[in-house]
Ligand binder design. Structure first.
Ligand SMILES: [Zn+2]
Length: 499
């Protein structure tokens, strides 16, 4: 089955053909590490981690690169506000970002190059563009001359005139064209020394767009296969990456441009620069969300929507998705109860199992697998793929009911049921789901403790009513040994945990 990818460049789905047979190079723009990352910064990694898993399943050897922007105006301002250095701030924010990605099951990134560690490559690219007269030096800055690019703005499909008209009032006398953008920025006197790099044009630092051009070609060559990022990066960032790289090397930059939808909260775009959004931003900071919700649920929320559509992160939306995820957990609990085996420990899938008399059920499950693969091959339609997994749950439950496996049943049929669950888990694995037993949520174990304490307190009350003081004292003493104190009050007995 052939894989089709929607390409922003051609604005249609295209059959995927890699530059080098059997290999895929994929670059995704990463975060600027100046403030705690929010959920929007994890959406892209979750999506492209899934893209990589599927490509690997299809037999490709995939190299995935995500850059870290650790030299930037925003870092300079924030480091100053926090009375720290740019490297310290960048390292701290990057560390917590990586921890969050690990929890979210994003494990496929092969290289995470930092802009600060690729200054020579960036300078080299600037020099090559200057030598071609596609870039020029102006007062210690280096600008890209947009008239040198063939088909400038071909990714965003904008007209160059509109772009120039829109920026005309911002233009200074230093540029050839109002739309020219900086490849290199001269150091300003008040900027900290750690972000002032030596260059042929004096001290300075790279612009944002050039770092992605320089680092992607270093790790993946040119052209490479897939370039990804959020839709908000199409213009100007990706338009400018294309202009620099294609003008510099006279060959295509990346063949397939994949853009994920933006993260929304109550249907509003999540952005640190929106003041209204800034008020609720704390809730959407990755570290805080991961304290509130299991990582698997957040991953499930992201992948339940097609990646090109907006992804909603309100509490209501997450709660709705949680219900869906729990229907899988209930099936896993049921199979564990029936077989006495841990479904997360793995085992043969249905197509690996030799079993007689279950051809019809095997066929049903094979059809689910085919439809799952079709959905994934259709521009990584994870939402539709999850829809197929949802349909598989009642089919397996029906098999369990028909063979009365809950009431004992036969061992061979139990093995078939377990194998069908393993087939489901294998598909979930391509999405990074159902890999480990979900941690019991603090919420549900808290609820359980409350209910159990209610039971014990009413049993003790009944015992006292029946003058069975030995029993009521036993309950109190045993709870006391667990650090739980009972207090008899006029309105009833209350309990509290003492440390
Ligand atoms: Zn980029």
């Amino acid at each position: 089955m052939s894989l089709r990818i929607y390409n922003t460049l051609s604005q249609k789905k295209e059959e995927f053909r890699p530059v080098h047979p059997g290999k895929v190079g994929m670059y995704v723009c990463g975060p600027t590490v100046y403030k705690p990352s929010h959920i929007g910064h994890a959406v892209g990694p979750i999506i492209f981690d899934t893209v990589k898993r599927w490509l690997v399943h299809k037999g490709y050897e995939v190299t995935w690169v995500v850059n870290i922007t650790d030299v930037d105006d925003k870092l300079i301002v924030e480091a100053k506000a926090q009375n720290t250095t740019v490297p310290e701030l960048a390292e701290r924010v990057t560390k917590s970002y990586l921890e969050a990605l690990e929890q979210l099951g994003v494990r496929g990134i092969d290289h995470m190059p930092k802009a600060s560690e690729h200054i020579p490559e960036i300078i080299d690219m600037c020099q090559r563009l200057i030598a071609k007269n596609a870039a020029y030096v102006s007062g210690g800055d280096v600008y890209f001359d947009i008239t040198a690019a063939r088909d400038y703005l071909k990714l965003s499909h904008r007209k160059a005139e509109e772009q120039q008209a829109g920026t005309r009032q911002l233009a200074s006398g230093e540029k050839r064209n109002p739309g020219d953008f900086a490849l290199w920025k001269a150091a300003k006197p008040d900027e900290p020394p750690e972000v002032q790099y030596d260059s042929p044009w004096g001290k300075g630092r790279p612009g944002w767009h050039i770092e992605c051009s320089a680092m992607s070609s270093k790790y993946l060559g040119q052209p490479f296969d897939i370039h990804g990022g959020g839709r908000d990066l199409i213009h100007p960032h990706h338009d400018n990456e294309i202009a620099q790289s294609e003008t510099c090397c006279d060959k295509p930059f990346a063949n397939y441009w994949m853009h994920n939808g933006l993260t929304t909260f109550n249907t509003k775009k999540v952005s640190k620069s929106d003041p209204e959004m800034a008020r609720i931003m704390d809730q959407l900071v990755l570290g805080n969300l991961l304290k509130k919700y299991p990582a698997e649920l957040l991953r499930f929320v992201v992948l339940s929507t097609h990646y090109r559509r907006p992804i909603e992160f309100s509490d209501e939306e997450i709660a709705a998705k949680k219900k869906g995820l729990e229907s899988f957990y209930r099936l896993f609990e049921r199979i564990e109860r029936i077989t006495g085996q841990d479904p997360y420990a793995g085992g043969p899938t249905l197509d690996q199992l030799q079993a007689g008399g279950v051809d019809a059920f095997k066929k049903i499950c094979a059809d689910f697998q085919d439809r799952f693969a079709e959905a994934m091959d259709d521009d990584f339609n994870t939402g539709a793929a999850i829809g197929v997994l949802f349909e598989m749950v009642p089919a397996i439950n029906r098999f369990i009911d028909e063979h009365q496996l809950e009431a004992g049943g036969n061992g061979e049929m139990k093995a078939v049921a377990m194998a069908s669950v393993q087939s489901l888990r294998a598909m979930g694995g391509f999405l990074g789901l159902f890999e480990r037993r979900p941690p019991a949520s603090a919420e549900s174990s808290g609820e359980l403790v409350e209910s159990l304490m209610d039971v014990l307190i009413s049993v003790r009350a009944e015992a006292r009513k029946a003058k069975q003081y030995a029993l009521s004292d036993l309950i109190r003493d045993r709870l006391g040994a667990l650090g739980i104190t009972l207090e008899d009050r006029p309105g009833g007995t209350v309990w509290r945990k003492t440390d």
